[in-house]
Design a protein around this ligand. Structure first.
Ligand SMILES: Nc1ncnc2c1ncn2[C@@H]1O[C@H](COP(=O)(O)OP(=O)(O)OP(=O)(O)O)[C@@H](O)[C@H]1O
Length: 371
């Protein structure tokens, strides 16, 4: 149905039986979220006489806290809710990680499942990469997607860390524990990307307000610094499909190890061309210890076509699990990236990434995304 967006009929996820929350992540990307809300979103919502609450971030923890104190309570009390999220990938990951961690039950827990109404999330991309919004097709016209799209379950993956893993916070200056004890393994959930090597290092290097100012250039600036003094990452990498044996690359040092559930990490950075929107697949992209010129050539092919995946120097496979045993002294080479967050692994530690299936006993889908 055509016509101006204010005249479009309301989709079911904006009906009056839904509790509607607008979350404005004011420091994402170029810090345009508040302005976009004031000038564009609010007038549209008001033109439909919708009732909604707004929440503005005031720290890195705001979306996590809001999920704990409000979204999870609503969801488990049977309240239907729609969250209109003005942020980058960090915001949706905070919601998915927090909900999954809270709702996680052991497989042998025989108590009947409680009510859980999956929150519906409308993505309004305001970050730098906005990988999920580009990959799910909503970034081109987010308001059109909000008005005409359909909610679809968002696939995710689990990342388990050996004891002693730490979350890097405060622009790289501080470390936060992930569990209450250093003897325990810890778990984080993501929906976009896991990486180690060049990708994780460049996200870590550029995850601060100074770099964020440069928009997408932030990643290229960090990459060129890393490529001038290239490091080969030491550790044992293995992956597999369920029911098959673990496999290893033919090289012993790594440049690039990345597992993703999306096709695009940015609008034109097609890291996994075979991935379809929200198809639930996890794909590995890996490059060995190549010289900087080769890595530049291979990553250059990612823009915009994704031709790198047919190069013999790139491993590109659909996987269900990936594990890494780290063999690095210096902490900065033991940093991994989960949807933009950086976690440091303890010396001689390990990490294991597992695709969460959509059906069966291990299935878990905690939100729906309108696309
Ligand atoms: N008011 C605030 N005070 C402190 N930190 C904030 C505030 N608002 C947002 N943040 C933080 O800013 C960061 C923005 O991350 P987000 O992923 O939304 O955007 P991005 O990193 O620019 O884009 P992308 O992840 O799509 O590349 C997050 O860590 C978020 O918690």
């Amino acid at each position: 149905m055509g016509g101006p967006i204010e005249n479009q009929p309301l989709p079911a996820h904006l009906f009056p039986d839904r509790e509607i929350h607008v979350v404005i992540s004011i420091l994402s990307g170029h810090q345009k979220a508040q302005h976009y809300y004031d000038e564009t979103l609010k007038p549209l919502l008001d033109s439909h006489n919708l009732r909604y609450s707004t929440h503005t971030t005031n720290s890195e923890r705001t979306i996590v806290n809001l999920t704990r104190s409000l979204f999870v309570i609503n969801a488990t009390q049977g309240v239907k809710q729609t969250i209109i999220l003005l942020s980058g990938d960090g915001g949706i990951t905070d919601i998915v990680d927090t909900l999954t961690s809270i709702l996680n039950r052991r497989n042998d827990d025989s108590r009947p499942p409680s009510i859980f109404f999956k929150p519906t999330v409308v993505l309004i991309p305001m970050g730098t990469g906005n990988a999920l919004a580009w990959s799910s097709g909503v970034a081109r016209d987010p308001l059109e997607s909000m008005m005409k799209g359909t909610p679809r379950s968002l696939p995710s993956f689990q990342v388990q860390f050996s004891p002693g893993a730490r979350l890097v916070v405060n622009e790289g200056r501080n470390r936060e524990v992930l569990t209450d004890s250093d003897d325990k393994e810890s778990t984080v959930y993501g929906a976009v990307v896991f990486s180690w090597g060049l990708h994780a290092s460049l996200v870590a290097m550029s995850d601060n307000a100074e770099y964020r100012k440069h928009g997408l250039e932030r990643f290229k600036m960090a990459a060129s610094r890393l490529l001038t003094d290239l490091h080969y990452y030491r550790g044992k990498v293995q992956w597999r499909k369920v029911g098959e044996d673990w496999k290893s690359p033919p090289w012993s040092e790594q440049s690039y190890v990345l597992a993703t559930m999306v096709s695009n990490l940015e609008e034109h950075f097609k890291i996994s061309p075979a991935t379809k929107p929200l198809d639930g697949t996890l794909r590995l992209v890996s490059i060995g210890p190549e010289p900087a010129s080769e890595i530049t050539r291979l990553l250059g092919q990612v823009y915009p076509s994704g031709d790198h995946v047919s190069d013999p120097k790139v491993i590109y496979e659909e996987i269900d699990g990936l594990k890494i045993q780290f063999d690095e002294e210096d902490e900065r080479w033991r940093m991994v990236c989960i949807d933009g967050k950086i976690v440091t692994i303890a010396k001689n530690g390990w990490v294991e990434v597992t695709r969460i299936p959509g059906t069966g006993i291990d299935a878990r889908r905690v939100v729906e995304v309108v696309c």
